[in-house]
Design a protein around this ligand. Structure first.
Ligand SMILES: Nc1ncnc2c1ncn2[C@@H]1O[C@H](COP(=O)(O)OP(=O)(O)O)[C@@H](O)[C@H]1O
Ligand SMILES: [Mg+2]
Length: 261
């Protein structure tokens, strides 16, 4: 069975989609077979892989609601993508009326069997039924976190949701770690926020942080991961490093630079 990893944070704009795609591409670069699932009705992951969300007839929505097999909707780009568009917004209401509503994605992914080594799921910016489906289908969760003032405020709530998920639907769900994004290395504050969040919630903060760069937005516009768009860019290397740690199932904790912690 593939390792299934959800990228979750109910705050929008923290680089969930960017991180999901970049790590998918980095795992593919390592020779892993990767399926990336867009669970956001906004379809940003779909768009960021060069697919026009509005031109799709069948999406993850049909997989969740009509039980269409995953392979019927997969679009192959840098990695295989289960796309989404605004139709998915309707799935919330339909799923809520169903028994086993938390398990729709898990059930669908069971059928992909050993076709993939990794399934990476991009969550929407909410803790609603779509995110709950992703967290129920996953074995691990990665939390992208923007290193800015107050950006950590929602982390406690997310951790509580993960505890609920363990209690009700997925006892073995593990937090792999936090990935610091949009990092401004010049700001002491960013490093403080990171250290504080890691300590307070007992969650590992992965190294290295992904620095702030306009190139990430450019890559999304071009329909490419940062690895394909600017292979030598520091952010591409940072995500390669996270992918290596995921692939090795080992987090390398680096000592904080002196005078910065
Ligand atoms: N390291 C970064 N530096 C600057 N901008 C980034 C970085 N990572 C992502 N972005 C941009 O920030 C915006 C939000 O990122 P996105 O991945 O869509 O977040 P989310 O999925 O959490 O809403 C996008 O325009 C994206 O291109
Ligand atoms: Mg997103």
């Amino acid at each position: 069975m593939p390792r299934t990893i959800a990228f979750a944070n109910q705050k929008g704009g923290v680089a969930k989609t960017t991180t999901t795609l970049a790590i998918s591409a980095a795992l593919a670069e390592r020779g892993r077979r990767v399926l990336t699932v867009d669970m956001d009705p906004q379809g940003a992951l779909t768009y960021s892989t060069g697919i026009d969300p509005d031109a799709l007839d069948e999406t993850v929505n049909d997989v969740l609601v009509r039980r269409l097999p995953v392979e019927k909707v997969v679009v192959t780009r840098e990695v295989d993508v289960v796309p989404a568009n605004i139709d998915l917004a309707g799935a919330e209401a339909i799923l809520l009326a169903k028994t086993g509503r938390e398990y729709a994605l898990q059930r669908a992914l069971r059928d992909v069997g050993d076709t993939y080594d990794f399934v990476l799921i991009d969550c929407p910016p909410s803790l609603g039924i779509l995110t709950i489906n992703a967290l129920t289908a996953a074995q691990e969760v990665v939390i992208p976190l923007q290193c800015e003032a107050l950006s950590h405020r929602g982390v406690g709530q997310l951790i509580e949701t993960l505890a609920d998920i363990r209690h009700f639907t997925n006892p073995d769900l593990e937090i792999f770690g936090l990935i610091p994004t949009m990092y401004d290395g010049r700001s002491l504050h960013a490093r403080e926020v990171l250290n504080d969040v890691g300590r307070r919630y007992g969650v590992t903060v992965l190294e290295p942080p992904v620095k702030k760069s306009i190139r990430l937005a450019e890559a999304a516009q071009a329909g490419l991961s940062i690895l394909a768009y600017a292979p030598g860019h520091a952010a591409a290397d940072a995500y390669r490093e996270h992918a290596r740690q995921l692939d090795d199932r080992r987090v390398d904790v680096k000592l904080q630079p002196e005078g910065v912690s």
